[in-house]
Design a protein around this ligand. Structure first.
Ligand SMILES: *Cc1c(COP(=O)(O)O)cnc(C)c1O
Length: 400
């Protein structure tokens, strides 16, 4: 199996090469050359789904072990009513679905380093919230790797800041005097000038996207024909759902919920893709005006008419998110995070049965949720452990 760049001007490479490169040299994103049709009745584990993508790769024999070590937390479904199920992806160490991809990427790189002890990399992450914590947790104490986290100084919530700065050892955190875009520019600059030393771990990395197919695939085997609504920012998670469908898993519709950042809904309306300035919302992990994984969607659907047959998009305002959190708590005793609430709001405007992707634990967003429902949120043990640790970080203007 080879992976090619969405911009088609880079050599095709293997999975192991692609996860080390992150972005392709031509600026494109790696995608699999085919989506293999596999015997669905033989699937027991995530590794059964991923094995064909590593065929011929030096990690082919390690895929079962990688999945067993990295994807070692449950992704349960919860039934709200006859037409609504929730797919909870937040039971990993940092309580967001990003643990899934970050842990798979880290474990894959670690197993490459086991084969080649010369492999040493510094993983650079610009983060406005959940990515940095998930990547730090995934690479913590992996001796061939250092992680450098750059986050906007005073631009993340207290609990998020804690998850970014509580690690020590091989993880270093910097609060940058600037916004998320400033952090991202610093990362891109380093990545383009010091390729040998640095690597990236955001959702342009194919090693984060591939494992995310597996929870959609397995949920569809348990609920054939299932329709999903995916809360979307950079479009990594929703592209993984499209990929699972393309592999032949019994998935019906895949709808996209965004916050007030409406780049994708405007694209569906007009047929022209136009990136927009990012707006800050209470579903902050989805504050993206120019989703990088759109290139992968365009690569998958050459004709937007084809895409529109099975996909609708809705942009959801902060007020609608708040209203949904209050109603879902009142009607079902269930508390969604603000991101998950965008998909639940979308569901309320649709007929038929839907599965909602729940992307984070509500306790990560207590300052938004607690005043709405007049209740203190219970903090899961994994998060408690992190919140008890001490923070270490430096405030910087420039990254050298
Ligand atoms: C990252 C994130 C999203 C958006 O996921 P994408 O793959 O970027 O579309 C949604 N919700 C939460 C909680 C996240 O951390």
């Amino acid at each position: 199996m080879k992976f090619y760049s969405t911009r088609k001007s880079s050599p095709e490479i293997s999975f192991s090469e692609a996860i080390q490169q992150g972005l392709a040299p031509d600026g494109g994103l790696y995608v699999p050359e085919v989506f293999p049709k596999i015997d669905l009745s033989g699937i027991k584990n995530p590794s059964d789904i991923l094995l064909p993508f590593l065929s011929g790769d030096i990690l082919e024999d390690s895929i079962h072990d990688i999945c067993a070590k990295a994807l070692n937390f449950p992704t349960p479904t919860v039934k709200l009513n006859d037409s609504t199920q929730i797919l909870e992806l937040f039971h990993g160490p940092t309580c967001a679905f990003k643990d899934y991809g970050a842990r798979f990427l880290a474990e894959s790189l670690q197993q490459l380093a086991n084969k080649d002890p010369q492999l040493k990399k510094t993983i650079l992450v610009a983060t406005s919230g959940d990515t940095g914590g998930a990547v730090a947790s995934a690479f913590y104490q992996k001796s061939n790797f250092d992680v450098v986290i750059l986050f906007p100084h005073q631009g993340v919530s207290k609990r998020q800041e804690k998850q970014l700065t509580c690690w020590g050892e091989n993880i270093t955190s910097y609060a940058v005097e600037g916004d998320f875009d400033t952090c991202q520019k610093m990362v891109k600059h380093k990545l383009s000038f010091e390729k040998e030393k640095y690597s990236s771990a955001n959702s342009i990395n194919i090693g984060r996207l591939l494992p995310q197919m597996t929870y959609y695939a397995i949920a569809s085997l348990q609920n054939p024909g299932v329709n999903f609504i995916v809360p979307t920012g950079n479009m990594g998670n929703v592209v993984a759902a499209f990929w699972a469908k393309r592999m032949g898993f019994p998935i019906g519709k895949i709808n996209i919920a965004t916050n007030a950042n409406s780049t994708i809904s405007q694209f569906f309306e007009s047929g022209n893709y136009q990136s927009q300035k990012t707006i800050n919302t209470i579903a902050n992990a989805m504050d993206v005006g120019n989703p990088s994984n759109i290139e992968r969607l365009f690569d998958l659907y050459l004709d937007i008419k084809e895409l529109k047959k099975t996909t609708e998009v809705l942009s959801v305002s902060d007020d609608q998110i708040k209203e949904t959190i209050i109603q879902t708590h009142r009607d079902f005793g269930y508390i969604p995070c603000p991101h998950t609430a965008t998909a639940l709001y979308f569901k309320s405007k649709l007929t038929g049965n839907w599965m909602i992707t729940a992307t984070a634990h509500p306790a990560k967003f207590e300052t938004v949720i607690e005043p709405l429902i007049n209740k203190t949120l219970e903090v899961p043990n994994s998060l408690k452990k992190l919140l008890e640790k001490e923070s270490h970080f430096k405030v910087i203007k420039e990254f050298k």
